[in-house]
Design a binder for this molecule. Structure first.
Ligand SMILES: *Cc1c(COP(=O)(O)O)cnc(C)c1O
Length: 411
């Protein structure tokens, strides 16, 4: 593992990104000219509203009384004892209403849409998790909601399609190309362009053109702010290590952002190694990608020979993205965060180990972070600590896990 030396002049986390949305060379806003003023409108509205006490109070009220924040920090004693090394703590985002961290930015984006006078929020969804969280926020705040989803994903993730419909959202199939996430993004952008006045596009992670990587990070930063206070209250010091899984990177940025300047805190981002490191078998973007362009921004990108986004694969569909947030790309280059990989098999092992030692069934995405902690803990002293962001609960994954891996675990 590389040593993490914190160069504060490179970080300046509070002022990042610059006014054009760049984190170093990454990020920015590479969109067709018609989209440019629309993205600027969202940026201006967000900049105006983010420190407005009426907006922040309303958001805070919903976080507390609707989502159920603050989510607890829990010492996983039994798991730590079994591993015989560092103490593992869990930030319990799985206990949020709707079962994951995504509700944090969806409430923020929906509230912003409302303040901007929009009638409808639209988005793409892959596995359906972002779609469900956004449909939830839309139902709560009285907004219409259109979710674009690949036809293949609609069949694969049917329970989430039903959830979205029950919540009053319209699920619109993307029927071209491979009929999965990328096509859903295409369709959603087209629909957005057709009527940008009455709709707001609500991106599902710290990706896309400026201002989304900044805005989604800010809405998720409540995770790190709470965790920092809670951990200090429990232990009288900061955690020695942070661990979070990285798909687009929103739950990780949410936790990391509060600690970037704390040079004694080592930070670990976890990417899915899938079944192998062959192209198409994993989604380890920061580990194996090269700088490139996707969905209107620059980041590390898994690419095929032509420089097009490569196919990706992992057991955790929420981590299945060939790009990654621009701030993560930057944090890798300045060596502030170590990005590591966990295979499908290691994630499934961790899924069962956490379930059986602590009575907590993690989402398969979160199981990647748990697996990294399980890997690290035995080699560390007993008084060292690891704070894991448990980004979501695993109820959505149980059928798949039992069908595909049940036999290996006595089921
Ligand atoms: C969507 C999702 C992720 C991955 O998204 P990030 O933007 O990388 O956080 C991780 N965990 C859960 C539970 C998810 O639903």
């Amino acid at each position: 593992m590389k040593d993490q030396t914190v160069d504060k002049s490179l970080l300046e986390a509070s002022v990042m990104p610059d006014k054009n949305g760049f984190f170093g060379e990454f990020g920015g806003r590479f969109v067709p000219p018609v989209l440019e003023p629309l993205m600027q409108e969202i940026t201006d509205a967000y900049e105006k509203i983010k420190d407005d006490p009426v907006f922040t109070e309303e958001l805070h009220y919903l976080q507390k009384h609707y989502t159920g924040r603050p989510s607890p920090v829990f010492h996983a004693k039994s798991l730590s004892t079994q591993l015989g090394g560092a103490q593992i703590y869990l930030k319990r985002e799985d206990l949020n209403h709707t079962g994951a961290h995504k509700i944090n930015h969806c409430l923020g984006e929906a509230l912003l849409a409302k303040k901007m006078g929009k009638k409808k929020i639209i988005a793409e969804t892959g596995a359906g998790q972002h779609g469900v969280a956004l449909a939830t926020a839309a139902a709560l705040l009285g907004l219409e909601c259109d979710i674009y989803m690949g036809e293949v994903d609609i069949k694969k993730e049917y329970p989430n399609v039903v959830r979205m419909r029950i919540l009053g959202a319209k699920v619109i199939p993307a029927t071209h190309g491979l009929k999965t996430l990328k096509e859903a993004v295409d369709s959603a952008f087209q629909a957005y362009l057709a009527d940008p006045v009455s709709q707001l596009y609500a991106i599902g992670s710290v990706v896309g053109p400026h201002p989304f990587p900044m805005m989604v990070r800010d809405f998720q930063s409540i995770i790190g702010k709470e965790a920092k206070e809670q951990f200090q209250e429990l232990n009288g010091k900061l955690p020695d290590n942070l661990v979070a899984c990285v798909g687009g990177g929103s739950n990780a940025m949410g936790l990391f952002s509060a600690f970037l300047q704390d040079e004694n805190v080592k930070i670990h981002g976890v990417e899915p190694a899938g079944t192998s490191f062959k192209t198409g078998d994993h989604a380890a973007t920061l580990t194996l990608g090269q700088p490139g362009m996707i969905h209107g921004f620059k980041c590390y990108l898994l690419q095929d020979e032509k420089g097009e986004p490569a196919p990706v694969n992992t057991v955790a569909s929420g981590l299945d993205y060939p790009g990654v947030g621009p701030q993560h790309s930057y944090l890798k280059d300045i060596n502030r965060v170590n990005y590591e990989t966990i295979s499908d098999k290691e994630a499934i092992d961790a899924f069962f180990q956490l379930s059986r030692n602590e009575g907590i069934i993690p989402a398969l995405e979160s199981a990647h972070a748990v697996a990294q902690a399980i890997k690290m803990a035995p080699g560390l002293p007993k008084d060292e600590t690891i704070l894991v962001n448990l980004s979501g609960r695993g109820d959505k994954d149980i059928d798949y896990v039992v069908e595909k891996y049940g036999k290996d675990y006595g089921l």
